[in-house]
Design a protein around this ligand. Structure first.
Ligand SMILES: *[C@@H]1O[C@H](CO)[C@@H](O)[C@H](O)[C@H]1NC(C)=O
Ligand SMILES: *[C@@H]1O[C@H](CO)[C@@H](O)[C@H](O)[C@H]1NC(C)=O
Length: 398
C-alpha cells in the first residue's frame, strides 16, 4: 500500500516537473525572416530573440532553418529569463559593404547566461572586398572592420558546432566571458587575408576550446590581456600565425595572463606555432605565468616556438635595444613538441633584459630543419629555467 502511494507521489511529481518546464521553439520564419539571401533579416531575428529571451516557462530555442539568410547586423542582449539555445542550421550572410556595419562585430551576444549556440550552420562574413582596405601592417591607426561574431559578458555558455568563413577582420571575439566552452568549430579564410584572426580572447576566465579547425590569414587563436584559466586542446591550426599570446604590455591598465594550457594540437604550415609576444616599449608591468604547452606537432612551421619580448612594429621604437619590455614571463613549460621547422631557428626566446623569463622548462623537444641554411639552432636571451629529456635544438642552457 505504502509503495503504491509512493509511486503515485513520484509519478505526479514527474508530471508536475514536465508541465512546469515547457520548452519552446521560436522559429525566425514566424517573425518575418526569409531565406532568399537578400532581405535583411535583422529585425526579424531581433524580434525572435526578444520573445525567446522573455520566455519564462522553460528553456527557449531560437531556430534558424536551412537556407541563406542575409543579415545586416544584430545585437542579442540579455539577461534572459531562462537558458537559451540559438540553433543555426542555415547560412547567415553578412553585407559585403563594410560601411553598413557600425558595431565591432556583425553579430553580437551580450549579458547572457546559459546560452548554447549550435546547429552546424555557417557565418559568411563576405570579407573579400574589405581585405584591400586593411593596411594595419603599415598603419598603426588603421580602420577597424567588423568581426563575424562577438560574445561580451556571457557566462556559463557554449558554442558547439558552427562554421565561420571570410570575416572582414577576425572571426570569433570573446570579451569578459566566463565559463565558456567552444567545441566543433571550423574557421576558414585565405592565408593571405589580413587580420582574419580565428578566435580572439580578452579579459576572460574559464574558457575551454576543444576540437576546432582554424585556417586564416592571422592568429588561429589570439589571447589578450586579462585572460585566465584557458584550456585549449585538439586544435588544427593552419594556415595562419599560430596560437599567440599578445601583444601585451603596450597599454595602461592591462591585466595578467595566467593559466594557459595548449595540448594535443597540430600546426600545419603556419608562420608561428606557440608564440608569446610583448611590446618592447611597454607601460604595463604585468605577468604572463603558469603555461603548459604539451604534445604538439609542427608541420613546416616557420617559428615553432617563439617568445618575442622585443616586438615593436611600424618603426615605433627608435633603435633596437632601446626599450625593454616590462612584462614578466614565468613558469612556462614546453613538453613533447616535435615536427618540422621551416626556418633554421626553430626555438627562439628573446626575453626582456629588465624582466628576464623565469622557470621556463623544456622537455622532449624534437624540431627538425631540412633546408639549405645548415643545422637547426636555438636562440635564447635572458631566459632562466631548466631542461629535461632530449632537446633538439639543444643550444639553450637554461
Ligand atoms: C598539412 O597541410 C597540407 C597542405 O594543405 C596537407 O596536404 C596535409 O595533409 C596536412 N597535414 C596534416 C597532417 O594535416
Ligand atoms: C606552473 O604552472 C602550472 C600550470 O602550467 C601549474 O600547475 C603549477 O602549479 C605552476 N607552478 C607554480 C610554482 O606556480
Amino acid at each position: 500500500m505504502a509503495s503504491r502511494f509512493l509511486i503515485l507521489c513520484v509519478s505526479s511529481l514527474f508530471f508536475f516537473l514536465a508541465v512546469s518546464s515547457e520548452e519552446k521553439i521560436f522559429d525566425v520564419r514566424n517573425y518575418g525572416a526569409r531565406a532568399d539571401g537578400q532581405k535583411d533579416n535583422a529585425v526579424a531575428f531581433s524580434k525572435t530573440w526578444k520573445e525567446a529571451c522573455l520566455w519564462s516557462s522553460g528553456s527557449a530555442t531560437v531556430y534558424i532553418p536551412p537556407g541563406v539568410f542575409f543579415l545586416g547586423q544584430v545585437k542579442f542582449s540579455g539577461p534572459c529569463k531562462n537558458s537559451l539555445t540559438f540553433m543555426i542550421k542555415g547560412t547567415l550572410l553578412a553585407p559585403r559593404n563594410p560601411d553598413v556595419i557600425n558595431q565591432d562585430q556583425w553579430i553580437i551576444f551580450m549579458y547572457v547566461e546559459h546560452l548554447t549556440v549550435t546547429g552546424g550552420g555557417l557565418l559568411d562574413g563576405q570579407g573579400s572586398d574589405s581585405w584591400r582596405l586593411n593596411d594595419c601592417q603599415k598603419n598603426p591607426n588603421c580602420r577597424s572592420l567588423a568581426m563575424n561574431i562577438g560574445f561580451d559578458f556571457v557566462k556559463h555558455s557554449k558554442i558547439d558546432g558552427l562554421r565561420s568563413v571570410n570575416s572582414k577582420m577576425g572571426h570569433f571575439n570573446f570579451f569578459s566571458v566566463e565559463d565558456f566552452h567552444v567545441t566543433g568549430v571550423t574557421i576558414t579564410a585565405p592565408g593571405d587575408s589580413p587580420n582574419t584572426d580565428g578566435i580572439k580572447i580578452g579579459k576572460s576566465k574559464g574558457m575551454r576550446i576543444y576540437h576546432v579547425t582554424i585556417g586564416t590569414g592571422d592568429d588561429c587563436i589570439a589571447i589578450l590581456d586579462g585572460t585566465t584559466d584557458l584550456d585549449i586542446s585538439d586544435v588544427r591550426c593552419g594556415p595562419g600565425h599560430g596560437i599567440s599570446v599578445g601583444s601585451l604590455g603596450k597599454y595602461k591598465g592591462e591585466k595578467d595572463v595566467e593559466g594557459l594550457t595548449v595540448r594535443n594540437s597540430i600546426f600545419n604550415a603556419t608562420t608561428e606555432g606557440l608564440r608569446i609576444k610583448t611590446w618592447a616599449k611597454s607601460v604595463s608591468q604585468i605577468s604572463v605565468s603558469n603555461f603548459l604547452y604539451e604534445n604538439i606537432q609542427m608541420i613546416n612551421v616557420e617559428n615553432p616556438i617563439i617568445i618575442d619580448q622585443q616586438y615593436c612594429p611600424h618603426g615605433q621604437c627608435d633603435g633596437s635595444g632601446e626599450y625593454s619590455s616590462h612584462v614578466q614571463i614565468k613558469n612556462v613549460t614546453y613538453n613533447k613538441i616535435w615536427g618540422t621547422s621551416r626556418s633554421k631557428e626553430a626555438l627562439k626566446m628573446q626575453c626582456s633584459k629588465s624582466y628576464p623569463c623565469q622557470d621556463v622548462e623544456l622537455s622532449n623537444i624534437n624540431l627538425i630543419y631540412k633546408g639549405p641554411d645548415g643545422l637547426v639552432t636555438a636562440l635564447c636571451e635572458n631566459v632562466g629555467g631548466s631542461v629535461r629529456g632530449k632537446i633538439v635544438p639543444g643550444d639553450c642552457w637554461l
